[in-house]
Ligand binder design. Structure first.
Ligand SMILES: Cc1ncc(COP(=O)(O)O)c(C=O)c1O
Length: 396
């Protein structure tokens, strides 16, 4: 049976593919240092797991309202309030992970041929989700010379009468770039002038370093709030990737459409996971701060290690748990006789010969780079940096 054109056009997630390859090598007994994963290595904090166990033992096993239990939606409103966002329970839809929230948002916003602006390097699923909704991704390249950030002038140059949506991701996966309030204000002027919608993916909003402040573009005023769908979730902040809870805050008509869509796909997100998410958002935030501090230490170690390697330059990421070094200085050099032409060549040699898994930048639309996650132990980081040094030492 021939598949639908929609299905034939999907590219599988390259980050998950590398992670799977690294895990398969590990299963064969190879000691792989895995810098490819996009999830915290920490376990979910105990009090969150206990809330789930309690919910289960109390028989909390039935369908819930499609948009999520009111208790969780209220907790989401309260957590958004801390970043200057005023929403009511009726503005929130809880879904099966932020990835699902993003999917719902694109499905209800985009018509065939609507243009969606993405700045590269971008998180891989945006591109595919735009296509799946019939939209046309318009990619604007950024690099380390502008801190991987979109400028208002470049944004405006790329707007056409078909442009409907801009996807913003601060802090960013894969670069760790964080937009400041002033930068967002300037982008907001262009967005409002051209009446665009924004999906603001703030899933890494709690993982900021160097004293940086997380600013949501929706907090810049009532008009910007009306033009924004805020996306967040518990995966990264609370080490809850497997629980699959994400959520949106959006204008009412969009919220209603996403709820109706979800009613015909997943119904509600898992009941017991919703109870765990309530505990995550409402109870002590101390575990989050402890994890954040660990991430900051690891980021610093990763940066100093990478910066000491010839041919590699690494800008300082302000958030998330990735570094995105520029490896253009390695291109054209030879490893055991083979010329390294691009980030895929580098990632392949690193995995096959040094058992270090990284994601080539091309997967995010930016070739002279690679993404390394530091959501792994300091011991693994030290060992990985040693192997990277052995690699660069061997280059001719
Ligand atoms: C930028 C970004 N947005 C959204 C997600 C999805 O998170 P989840 O579906 O686990 O909530 C991820 C996960 O890797 C991400 O990196």
């Amino acid at each position: 049976m021939k598949l639908a054109l929609r299905a034939e056009g999907i590219s599988p997630s390259p980050t998950l593919a590398i992670d799977t390859q690294a895990k398969a090598m590990k299963a064969e007994g190879i000691e792989v240092i895995n810098f490819s994963a996009g999830e915290p290595d920490f376990g979910t904090p105990e009090h969150i797991k206990e809330a789930a166990v309690k919910a289960l033992s109390e028989g909390y096993t039935r369908y819930t309202p499609v948009a999520g239990i009111p208790e969780l939606r209220q907790a989401v409103c309260d957590s958004f309030k801390k970043r200057g966002l005023e929403y009511e329970v009726a503005d929130i839809v809880v879904s099966c992970g932020a990835k699902h929230s993003l999917y719902n948002a694109m499905q209800v916003l985009l018509n065939e041929g609507d243009e969606v602006i993405l700045s590269a390097p971008y998180w891989v699923s945006y591109y595919e989700q735009v296509k799946l909704a019939g939209g046309k991704p318009v990619v604007i390249n950024t690099d380390d010379s502008t801190g991987f950030k979109l400028t208002p002038a470049v944004l405006e140059e790329n707007i056409t009468p078909r442009t409907k949506l801009l996807i913003l991701n601060s802090p960013c996966n894969p670069t760790g770039a964080v937009y400041s309030r002033e930068e967002l204000e300037k982008l907001a002027e262009v967005i409002l002038k051209h009446d665009l919608m924004v999906i603001s993916d703030e899933i890494y909003g709690a993982l900021l370093y160097d004293g940086l402040e997380h600013v949501s573009i929706a907090s810049l005023g009532p008009e910007m709030k009306e033009h924004t769908i805020v996306v967040d979730g518990v995966s990264k902040t609370y080490a809850m990737t497997g629980w699959r809870i994400g959520y949106t805050a959006a204008p009412r008509n969009i919220t209603k459409a996403m709820t109706d869509l979800q009613s015909h796909s997943t119904s509600n997100p898992t009941a017991v996971a919703q109870k765990a998410a309530v505990a995550a958002l409402v109870e002590s935030q101390e575990p989050v701060e402890l994890m954040r501090q660990q991430f900051e230490k690891r980021r610093n170690r990763m940066l100093s290690g990478l910066r000491s390697l010839p041919g590699i330059n690494c800008s300082q990421p302000g958030g998330a748990f990735y570094v995105f070094p520029n490896i253009g200085g390695l291109f054209g050099r030879k490893f055991r006789g083979q010329v390294l032409n691009n980030s895929t060549d580098v990632a392949t040699v690193l995995l096959k010969e040094f058992h270090v898994a990284v994601v080539p930048g091309i997967a995010f639309g930016s070739d002279p780079f690679m993404r390394m996650s530091y959501a792994t132990s300091m011991e693994q980081i030290e060992a990985g940096l040693e192997r990277l040094k052995a690699f660069t030492d061997e280059l001719e």
